[in-house]
Design a protein around this ligand. Structure first.
Ligand SMILES: Cc1cc2nc3c(=O)[nH]c(=O)nc-3n(C[C@H](O)[C@H](O)[C@H](O)COP(=O)(O)O)c2cc1C
Length: 201
């Protein structure tokens, strides 16, 4: 049978706004709040919802950045230059601060100062950790892939994980305490509490 659905061919120019369609359909997306450091030691922090955990052996996360009007996203450039970045988990209590770090500040602006967040130093990277986040990942860049359209995907191997103690039940993450937030389309976000469970057949 033919699918009783509307059809959009994204590879044909001008047919449809692929961003609105895809970012509305591929939901919810986790948010990687990416910390990077400049050569002069100042910090950079910005959210990316084109972000995910893609493997645990080796433990690998990716994020994908496009361009500002005048330059590529600083997070991508700085991660590649320094060979490292941090991922800071976005929970409900830091979601507004996260949103405020998405402003296209000049490349030399330290978002920690502007937004009023506390930075901590990692064990293996110079990139900053967000103290207010419930968990943080220290990552080493393993590759940067140019996928065209001014987008580049940064792959990072997770070297160190920091977790607030109350978030853990033994070795398991209590997601009801973590209260991570995901992104839908446009200005919409989603909570992870309440959740529902499904046993594997
Ligand atoms: C929730 C959220 C998710 C975002 N996801 C992305 C993304 O996946 N890719 C991207 O290029 N920009 C994304 N942005 C926009 C960037 O955060 C914004 O352009 C920021 O200024 C980039 O900072 P940088 O130049 O320091 O990297 C997102 C913004 C928000 C609020």
């Amino acid at each position: 049978m033919s699918l009783p659905k509307l059809v959009f061919r994204l590879n044909e120019e001008g047919e449809y706004d692929g961003y609105k369609l895809l970012s509305g359909l591929v939901v919810p997306r986790p948010i990687g709040w990416i910390g990077t450091v400049r050569q002069n030691g100042t910090y950079n922090l910005a959210p990316f919802s084109f972000f995910n955990l893609v493997a645990v052996d080796p433990p690998t996360v990716i994020f994908s950045g496009g361009r500002h009007l005048d330059r590529p996203k600083d997070s991508v450039v700085l991660a590649e230059e320094a060979g490292e970045f941090t991922v800071n988990i976005v929970s409900e209590d830091v979601v507004e601060a996260m949103n405020n770090t998405s402003v296209g500040y000049d490349a030399d602006v330290d978002e920690f100062e502007v937004v009023g967040l506390t930075s901590a130093t990692g064990l293996t990277v110079r990139a900053p950790l967000v103290v207010e986040s419930p968990a943080n990942l220290e990552c080493r860049v393993t590759r940067v892939v140019d996928i065209g359209g001014a987008n580049r995907v940064v792959f990072g191997e997770v070297l160190v994980v920091h977790v607030r103690p109350d978030v853990l039940d033994g070795t398991r993450v209590n997601t009801d305490v973590l209260r991570a937030v995901g992104r839908l389309a446009g200005p919409s976000f989603v909570r992870t509490v309440p959740k529902f469970d499904l046993e594997r057949p």
